[in-house]
Design a protein around this ligand. Structure first.
Ligand code: HEM
Length: 194
């Protein structure tokens, strides 16, 4: 049991296997079979990627950044050289996947343009999508390039390194702020929150 869960890959596969068992069991129980559609699969994958993205954003803001001053200097490289680069890898790629699947979701639902132009009836998701797009832009164009300098992945002067850390930290805070209305708007479109 312990050996099984020591592998992340096997754990994730097991999650998918449990899902397939649930789908088969439920489809056997209901008369019309499963109601799944391409749109639903995209929606589900979009939410999974979004949870990883925002989960890591909140990890940075709720856990890592506030903990840094409490860590002795000689132990800080464990964060800056090992944990932060790994977290940033999943963070930026899950942001990209979330964005692509979100745009695809709107396109497949035939309201991409209506949402982007904030047409009546699509205000909620339109605002949510604009906030999400701004956040994804921030990840790839501001946070990641500055984190590369701040973490020493690219070599710059100490002044530039400090400025980059400040810029990445502030943009990450801005994204944390935007994540609150963004998530409200995402869910509001289909569930009447706005
Ligand atoms: C660029 C970024 C994003 C775009 C373009 C986008 C787009 C969309 C679209 C088009 C929908 C379908 C709304 C509907 O018709 O019900 C949606 C739903 C949703 N999105 Fe996003 N999204 C983005 C970011 C995120 C992020 C970061 C999360 C974080 C978890 C997220 C979570 C959700 C959730 C929970 C739903 C609702 C699903 C439901 O109510 O069934 N989205 N998004």
């Amino acid at each position: 049991m312990g050996a099984f869960f020591s592998s992340l890959g096997r754990t994730i596969i097991a999650g998918f296997v449990i899902l397939i068992v649930i789908i088969l069991a439920v489809s056997g129980m209901s008369e019309g079979g499963v109601r799944g559609s391409d749109l639903f699969v995209v929606r589900w994958l979009h939410v999974m990627a979004g949870v990883m993205w925002i989960g890591l954003l909140w990890y940075f803001n709720f856990v890592q950044t506030p903990s840094m001053p409490k860590i002795p200097d000689e132990q800080k490289p464990a964060i800056s050289k090992v944990i932060a680069p790994a977290a940033l890898f999943w963070f930026r790629w899950s942001a990209l996947v979330t964005m692509v699947l979100g745009l695809l979701l709107a396109y497949m639902s035939h309201y991409l343009m209506a949402a982007m132009t904030l047409t009546k009836g699509f205000h909620a998701i339109g605002i949510g999508m604009w906030l999400g797009l701004i956040m994804a832009f921030n990840v790839w164009m501001i946070i990641w390039p500055n984190q590369k300098k701040a973490l020493g992945i690219v070599t710059v002067s100490p002044e530039e390194k400090a400025a980059a850390a400040k810029m990445a930290g502030m943009t990450s805070r801005i994204n944390t702020m935007l994540s609150i209305p963004m998530l409200f708007c995402m869910v509001a479109q289909s569930h009447g929150g706005l």
